[in-house]
Design a protein around this ligand. Sequence first.
Ligand SMILES: [Fe+2]
Length: 296
Amino acid sequence: MPPLQDEPEKESPPPKGKKLTRRKFIKYSALAGGAAVTAGAVDALAIEPHGFVVTRHDFSLPNLGAAWDGATIAQITDVHVGRWSDFDDARRIVEMTNDLKPDIVALTGDYVSRADAITSALVEVFRDLHAKEKFAVLGNHDYWTNAPGVVASLESAGIGLLTNRHVLLRRGGDVLCLAGVNDVWSRDPRPDAKAALKGVPDDVPRIVLCHNPDYAEVTPPGVRIDLMLCGHTHGGQVRLPLIGPLILPIQYRKYAEGWVQGPQCPVFISRGLGMVQIPIRFNCRPELPLITLRKA
Ligand SMILES: [Fe+2]
């Protein structure tokens, strides 16, 4: 009578390297599953949360003048100092940003998660950003924490606030418009791209900072935006195989992360640098995007 497949190996040794018994298969599968869960847990808790990566992107901006061709924008968003991120994280982010030598630093909100993070230390961290042009908008957590305190910190650090307004940046004879709108969940004032871009000449390229990418879906018709830079989503923070992003506080899920074409303009959504709700990132590294502008 032939031996059963799950009989002990000593009684029926399979040819070496050719046959795997069912018992061994189950044992190895359990070991592999356990190892994968352990590796995933280590990654999610200890490696990814503070494993900041620089992501590089090229973007062809319509009407960009030659003087701005090759200019770079570093985007800092969703640092969330105060709960799962601390000032050491913020300092590392600023050092990484300075190493990139960006022409512009665009800050797109959610700098703090707790009021006790709004101190002179926050100002000192922001003040160490070395770019010539530094502009910011606020995020929902800044409002929920202490918006006046965040605004005072940014301004003390020499960072301009773009709440429904714009600046015209000049290089040689070429002009670039950098604008910002208030957060979608804020009522005072409501986000207003029309007001933000009022008076910008038609031939000037326009980049708009906006914390929450949902605004791309409700931008007033007729308002031309050439590129919108957003954060807020954290890329989902935890992205499970077959399930996708776990935490996605937006109405329009297509704006989870990366480059998305909105109804009126291209949108880039950074995965951000901090965490909310749980101190975990999985399959969703915190990112520091560096966008190089190209003449279209
Ligand atoms: Fe956030």
